[in-house]
Design a protein around this ligand. Structure first.
Ligand code: CP
Ligand code: NVA
Length: 313
């Protein structure tokens, strides 16, 4: 039987009061990259196996987790649902019960947040949400580290998200609320983030001094922003909505005209992959205010910190 104290990371809120510690740990691990290409000599995950179930495509999350696990001295097993019985109807709960007998943690990218919660409920080992339809919490960790690196702080900054009120927006809103960042999402009315998430974020914000705003005017929201963030208009699994979304979201493009309204020193963020020419222009994505590739790199460092927090004993 496993002896580890079981802890999951389904929502960014699961980081709780440990959020700053996780960011500090990630920053330290990032500096360690100069030593032996990031491989930790102490091998804190030696003899630890992490299963990675991915129902959707991934470049950053898959590769950064595999490399993070390797750098920490552990092993990863990539599982395509179509190669395991999950794709043939074995329940996610039974899958979790079985995997818990072999591995020390499970990274899961799923279509349905309910499936991630069910896996966590039925597994004896930590479960990490690697993106679902409601949240992308590992992305939010990397986003906070990137913002903190650029500004030296989080509290009191103004972050404006423009585009679709999706999983990335939800985690970023909750992460902002936890960190004292003033968050504004500018989305079309019909693509606002779910009210229960913005209400939850607002309730967290009362304890940190953050403000949470959901608006429909991208220009008003962009004014004086320190960080301006966007994501794809059509998330994985929403392909049937493409036509409507591309039409509705056209006025929310992150282009140089919108960026000019933000603070002169504002940074541009995108979780990637980007659809250049749709939610963001080449000029902005490749411009000197863009930190999108630092963000992508920080996935590796924050995931190492997360794995150590959840799995090391
Ligand atoms: N940002 C992100 O999660 O990218 P992938 O879909 O490539 O993992
Ligand atoms: N919102 C996007 C993020 C991809 C990393 C999606 O869910 O497809």
């Amino acid at each position: 039987m496993k002896k580890i104290a079981k802890r999951d990371f389904i929502s960014i809120v699961d980081a709780g009061k440990s959020l700053p510690l996780l960011l500090n740990s990630a920053a330290r691990l990032k500096n360690d990259l100069s030593i032996d290409g990031g491989h930790l000599k102490s091998k804190p995950l030696k003899n630890r196996q992490i299963a990675m179930i991915f129902e959707k495509s991934s470049t950053r999350t898959r590769v950064s987790f595999e490399v993070a696990i390797n750098h920490l001295g552990g092993d990863s097993l990539y599982l395509n649902p179509n190669d395991i019985h999950l794709g043939r109807g074995e329940t996610i709960g039974d899958t979790g019960r079985v995997l818990s007998r072999y591995v020390d943690g499970i990274v899961y990218r799923a279509f349905d947040n309910g499936m991630v919660k069910e896996l966590a409920a039925k597994s004896d080992v930590p479960v990490i949400n690697a993106l679902d339809d409601v949240e992308h919490p590992v992305q939010a960790l990397a986003d906070l580290l990137t913002i903190r690196e650029r500004f030296g702080r989080l509290k009191g900054l103004r972050l404006t998200y423009v585009g679709d009120g999706n999983n990335v927006c939800n985690s970023l809103m909750l992460a902002s609320a936890m960190s004292g960042i003033h968050f504004a999402a500018a989305t079309p009315k019909q693509h606002e983030p779910p009210q229960r998430i913005s209400e939850y974020a607002a309730s967290i914000a009362t304890g940190t001094g953050a403000r949470i705003e959901i608006v429909n005017d991208p220009e008003a929201a962009a004014r004086r922003a320190n960080v301006i963030y966007t994501d794809v208009w059509v998330s994985m699994g929403q392909e049937a909505e493409r036509e409507e979304k591309e039409k509705a979201l056209g006025p929310y493009q992150l282009n140089s005209r919108l960026l000019k309204l933000a603070d002169r020193k504002a940074i541009v963020m995108h979780c990637l992959p980007a659809h250049r020419g749709l939610e963001i222009t080449d000029e902005v994505m490749d411009g000197n205010q863009s930190v999108v590739f630092d963000q992508a790199e920080n996935r590796l460092h924050t995931e190492k910190a997360l794995l150590l927090w959840l799995i090391r004993r």
